[in-house]
Write a protein that binds this ligand. Structure first.
Ligand code: SAJ
Length: 423
């Protein structure tokens, strides 16, 4: 199959780097997004998301004319759908963006086109996308109707890149490619092989969908194990970081690290897609989600206990003049991404309680996020937070915090949710 023009629908954290990488290999790429501001930014050679080195690649491919963004889809040889797949209030997958993308590209489809779903999706979503396309285009044939003879190929190829390392992992990671038929898989392999150096492993669409969900659920379950251990160890007065380090010396044990909760847009979401498909069977996966979602509340309870201890030891002080400093807001170390961050959530909830003043240190941002702006919170530098705080709450293991050993001074209480200073 020959691909000259590629259309990427959805220019977010996955779509934009994917579009830019294909464009950097000489393809003509049309990026489509409903967000006019994002489209304008990209067409001016800029980026609207944060990802190392992406700005350089986008600028270069926009200047060379290989990448162009638009809000209106155009005909292409292949379409990659990379739109969000959130869940609804009841934790059921919300496929409305895939449906909208399918309906937007359906009128443009031509015999010989390939349509790939990249969005992390519940099992059956690729078949559903193909059904939406077929419904809109009765004049064309699709794999679910005529198998290998279909006019249009449809496949799922989930993204598996780590935020912060997207451009490197896009090229180097193995790809799981699940076509609705073997011919669809092969067409998708020939497209990705234009830049993927990792192996392109072929399976069917349902297995590819489940594979992506499984990877993130595996990580979620393992983090839940570490988080549960941290709560048990707190009760038993054991240093969980030392414990994990010791247990991990066993050749077949590799426990992950506890933290204040699981954030980001993937690991805290994707396991629910498995639970939604098999609610009675996915007991461990569902419990792991609950354990990780509960961790921020447990951290807040630790702070409340610390305030009570502090006031007991300092009878001349009241809750209204206790200073709390939160160190780190991002959802994981050394990034400036605050979305779906348990640390941000904890800081916001603590600020709502009527304690004294609150300092926040986030070395990777220059301004407080909107959710903290209205409240009595000051964005501070690390040194003044360490000096002023009565209670220090370490929430993110940023390199800056790890670089020094900190001993809480007399009268200061340290709560270290990442084991940076208490390992
Ligand atoms: N976390 C811990 N303890 C750990 C590891 C992580 O508490 O030992 C927390 C982090 O602090 C963060 C959350 O988990 O809040 C998620 O961080 P992460 O680094 O584990 O994962 P993401 O969300 O940045 O990216 C994941 C990756 N999936 C896997 O590693 C299996 C990535 O490869 C996927 O492409 C991405 O999800 C995605 O888009 O699905």
């Amino acid at each position: 199959m020959k691909f000259e023009i590629l259309s990427v629908i959805g220019l977010g954290y996955i779509g934009l780097p994917t579009a830019a990488t294909f464009a950097s290999r000489g393809m003509m790429v049309i990026g489509v997004d409903v967000n006019q501001k994002a489209v304008d930014t990209i067409n001016s050679g800029g980026i609207h998301i944060i990802e190392p080195d992406l700005d350089i690649v986008v600028r270069s491919v926009v200047q060379s004319g290989n990448l162009r963004a638009t809000t209106i889809p155009e005909p292409a040889d292949a379409f990659i759908v990379a739109v969000p797949t959130p869940f609804k209030d009841d934790k059921q997958p919300d496929l409305r963006y895939i449906e909208a993308a399918s309906k937007a590209i359906a009128p443009l489809l031509q015999k010989g086109n390939l349509v790939i779903l990249e969005s992390t999706s519940p099992v059956g979503a690729t078949e559903q996308m193909a059904a939406w396309l077929a419904e809109a285009r009765p004049d064309l044939t699709f794999p679910q109707q005529v198998g290998e003879e279909a006019d249009i190929c449809v496949a799922h190829c989930p993204e598996r890149v780590l935020p912060g390392k997207v451009l490197v992992e896009l090229v180097n990671n193995a790809r799981v490619i699940g076509g609705l038929t073997p011919k669809c898989s092969q067409a998708a392999v020939s497209l990705y092989k234009l830049f993927v150096q990792g192996e392109c492993v072929v399976t069917n669409a349902r297995t590819a969908e489940m594979c992506k969900l499984t990877e993130n659920s595996f990580r979620d379950v393992n983090i839940a194990f570490a988080n549960e251990l941290s709560i048990i160890c707190d009760k038993l007065d054991i240093n969980v970081w030392e414990l994990i380090k010791l247990a991990n010396r066993h050749p077949r044990v590799n426990i992950l690290q506890p933290g204040p909760g699981v954030g980001g847009h993937c690991i805290a979401v994707d396991p629910w897609f498995i639970v939604a498909s098999a609610p009675d069977e996915a007991r461990l996966i569902s419990t792991a989600r609950q354990v990780n979602d509960h961790k921020p509340e447990w951290v807040i309870d630790q702070v409340k206990k610390a305030i009570a201890d502090f006031l007991l030891a300092n009878q001349n002080r009241t809750a209204r003049d206790v200073t709390i400093a939160c160190l780190g807001l991002a959802f994981k170390p050394d990034i400036d991404d605050l979305r779906e961050s348990p640390s941000l959530d904890i800081a916001a909830k603590l600020a709502e309680m009527s304690f004294g003043s609150m300092l926040v240190v986030e070395p990777n941002v220059e301004l407080l996020p909107d959710s903290l702006k209205q409240k009595n919170i000051v964005l501070s530098d690390t040194q003044s937070a360490l000096q002023k705080a009565d209670i220090l709450l370490l929430l993110v293991d940023h390199s800056q915090f790890k670089d020094w050993e900190y001993q809480a001074r007399d009268n200061q209480i340290l709560i270290d949710t990442r084991g940076v200073w208490t390992r």
